[in-house]
Design a binder for this molecule. Structure first.
Ligand SMILES: Cc1ncc(COP(=O)(O)O)c(C=O)c1O
Length: 349
């Protein structure tokens, strides 16, 4: 174990021994039972189509308006989709909100793209700042509902982004991994000729470890380029994983509604609990994160971990050094116990 808070890797996968983790952003809830029901593991395990199994792409195309199976590439999670997309772009600047999901700046750097940040106001895009910075960018990266802020952009802002990027002819990469975990309204998905939508089975279907994600775009150049790069890097995505993902899609719509009810209860408990400690925070509107300001965050995260067996993530990893991120992807009992330990610490410091 590192004795430094270098990054989330020091906490990912840590559990047991009385540890309560508000760290990892993975649902603790089970996947839909349909995912593993009647699963006959295939015996034909030769290479598959690089673009992904046609059956899965066809099923996905029914969920996205005006799309066909040809518009999808099945990837190793949303993560590989993001990596392929930005490596398809040949240099340039990408505008994104700060605080951001911690992998974004790294993915951009590996792709030789340069991040340009717009500071979020209370976790949301300030369109006037966005507008001044977008003109010389090649792409914008939108994540609503957001990790780490738990906030959603207004439909007005999303439509303004749609319009300005269309007028400028630049790409929108819309990371929709939390699109089904939204509490305040229906999700609004950005659309357009140069929009690339990213999603996965990690969050909605609680199958992070399955590593099945995808990109969807009507921009054929991006789809073709992603397939070409995947041919020479990871090749096809796991065939068995794709079979499980396709099975999961048979789950009735109320699977998502039932999950949302649980997330909403947890959100209330976290928001009320942390607010009662006098912490400054935004009410989450989607995903499963709260992002309060905390005095001396490094000491907080380290002490909570080493002395009180509580994992939290340092805001600095998300570009917000005054904050600490709490994921509430854990049971109500653990949340209750975790909040008690945090309250005791906050009261004493
Ligand atoms: C905003 C965001 N995008 C992408 C990912 C990666 O998702 P996947 O597990 O599908 O690679 C995450 C995971 O936490 C995320 O929060």
């Amino acid at each position: 174990m590192s004795t430094k808070l270098t990054g989330p890797e020091i906490f990912i996968g840590k559990q047991g021994n009385g540890m309560i983790s508000f760290g990892s952003g993975q649902p603790d809830l089970p996947p839909p039972k349909e995912a593993l029901e009647n699963l006959n593991i295939r015996s034909d395990l030769r290479y598959g189509l690089i673009q992904g199994e046609e059956k899965l792409r066809r099923a996905l195309s029914k969920e996205y308006p005006a799309s066909t199976a040809d518009n999808f590439v099945i990837t190793n999670g949303a993560s590989e989709a993001l990596d392929l997309i930005f490596r398809s772009m040949d240099n340039g600047k990408v505008l994104l909100g700060k605080p951001y999901y911690y992998s974004y700046p790294k993915i951009l750097r590996y792709a030789n793209m340069k991040p340009e940040y717009t500071q979020l106001e209370k976790g949301k895009i300030d369109f006037s700042d966005f507008e001044t910075k977008v003109h010389d960018c090649k792409a914008v990266l939108i994540n609503s509902p957001s990790n780490p802020t738990g906030r959603i952009e207004s439909i007005k802002t999303l439509k303004e982004i749609e319009k300005i990027t269309r007028d400028l002819g630049i790409y929108v990469v819309s990371d929709e991994v939390y699109k089904d975990l939204i509490y305040e309204r229906e999700n609004y998905m950005i659309k357009g000729e140069h929009v690339i939508t990213v999603n996965s089975f990690s969050k909605t279907y609680a199958m992070c470890g399955l590593r099945i994600g995808y990109l969807w775009s009507n921009d054929q150049r991006i789809v073709d380029k992603a397939i070409e790069m995947k041919t020479h890097t990871s090749m096809n995505t796991s065939l068995v994983g794709q079979d499980i993902a396709l099975n999961a899609m048979k789950a009735p719509r109320n699977y998502i509604e039932k999950q949302l009810k649980i997330w909403r209860e947890r959100r209330e408990m976290m928001y009320t609990g942390l607010s009662a400690m006098g912490l400054e925070l935004w009410k989450p509107e989607g995903a499963f994160y709260v992002f309060p300001k905390i005095k001396n965050p490094e000491k907080f995260v380290w002490d909570m971990y080493t002395k009180h067996k509580i994992i939290t993530y340092l805001g600095e990893w998300f570009g917000a050094p005054e904050h600490v991120r709490f994921s509430y992807a854990l049971s109500m009992n653990d949340i209750e116990e975790g909040l008690k330990r945090i309250e005791k610490y906050v009261d004493q410091s």
